[in-house]
Design a protein around this ligand. Structure first.
Ligand code: TXA
Ligand code: MG
Length: 330
């Protein structure tokens, strides 16, 4: 199969719709990361997404809908606080989990009685969703466990020959996946942190909990338990207070001819003053936006990425640390 990267226009939207209606997957841009979309009503199409990615079959998918889509078609109960959050943050990088009406294919939620729904803000994603006029199940468009893609070229690197079309919507500005929020209970619970932070949610509706996976417990968001987001090279993660240790490892690597790079925020980059740096920037939005970009860039040039956690740890950096920790998990 030949994989084409196409700009988003009438022609590519028409081709994409034909592909979706015939049960194929299409890669689409969103403001967080690129997604690999298929018709959420079509079980075979949804199963194909798992096959293409090599995704474990107990990790459910998010359904993406157009901003005008009435989600009550798909879910049975939307609590008041969820309506307030939707009004404030959607379209945007917030995925909300509800009790499912069971209308979409059971393959989407891997047999769970809930459904995760997202209304992406990216203009190209909105155009696509309007054009196909269907709920689209879409995980990130990477091979399972690899770094999520934030450009059409990243998708191509992972899925060349496995999808017909990648719609090119430029670099995903957000840079990390959406916040996943469980809205099935009285108080919402953050299952995966992202750009819409717990603090922002609390400011809006008063209370929000955060789910922490305990050892041996069954994950409420099954994606939590996996190694993820990992570059194809060795990695080592150090706390921002362990710069000396990071530098020692860097020096050891270089001395035996291992191409090592230090991945860190701008402050640390200026402190370490080594040649091979992958600089994430300074502002938290900038760091999130650069994380996958730099991990992908890093795996191209480095045999070893030595990551140093950014200084700031609250807000958006929680999502960044969650991804960085999993990327460097052994
Ligand atoms: O920003 C994003 O969310 C991107 C773009 C493409 O929209 N998508 C994305 O999908 O990150 P994926 O498949 O890589 O991650 C989906 C996450 C997983 O952690 C999964 O476990 C969780 O959402 N999830 C999906 N359905 C769920 C459900 N019914 N209950 C709990 N967690 C769910
Ligand atoms: Mg993913």
């Amino acid at each position: 199969m030949q994989t084409s990267i196409l700009p988003i226009d009438e022609n590519s939207l028409k081709i994409s719709k034909q592909l979706i209606l015939s049960g194929k997957a299409v890669a689409i841009p969103t403001e967080t990361v690129y997604g690999l979309g298929a018709n959420a009503f079509d079980t075979r199409a949804v199963e194909r997404i798992f096959e293409i990615k090599g995704r474990p079959n107990d990790n459910p998918l998010i359904v993406h809908v157009h901003r005008d889509y009435d989600i009550q078609e798909l879910v049975s109960f939307v609590p008041e606080y969820a309506k307030i959050l939707a009004e404030k943050f959607l379209p945007g990088p917030l995925t909300m989990v509800y009790k499912s009406k069971g209308k979409v294919s059971p393959a989407v939620s891997c047999g769970l009685d809930t459904l995760a729904i997202r209304v992406p803000a990216h203009e190209g994603a909105q155009k696509f969703l309007k054009y196909v006029n269907l709920p689209i199940a879409a995980p990130s468009a990477n091979i399972s466990k690899h770094v999520s893609p934030v450009t059409a070229e990243h998708v191509f690197a992972d899925l060349n020959g496995k999808v017909d079309v990648i719609l090119d919507g430029g670099k995903s500005v957000g840079g990390i996946e959406s916040t996943v929020l469980d809205c099935t209970g009285e108080i919402p619970v953050v299952l995966r942190s992202g750009l819409i932070t717990r603090e922002l949610i609390e400011e809006t509706i008063g209370r929000c909990d955060e789910y922490v996976l305990k050892d041996g417990e069954k994950a409420r968001s099954p994606g939590m338990k996996y190694k993820h987001y990992s570059p194809n090279c060795s990695t080592e993660l150090f706390d921002c207070n362990e710069i000396e240790k990071a530098l020692e490892l860097y020096a050891n690597c270089i001395s035996v001819g291992i191409k090592a790079y230090i991945l860190c925020d701008d402050e640390t980059a200026r402190a370490v003053r080594v040649k091979n740096v992958l600089n994430l920037g300074s502002d938290e939005n900038e760091i999130a936006s650069n994380l996958y970009l730099k991990l992908r860039e890093g795996e191209e040039v480095a045999q070893m990425i030595i990551a140093v956690s950014p200084r700031k740890q609250s807000g958006i950096m929680k999502g960044v640390m969650n991804r960085l920790t999993k990327a460097c998990k052994k």
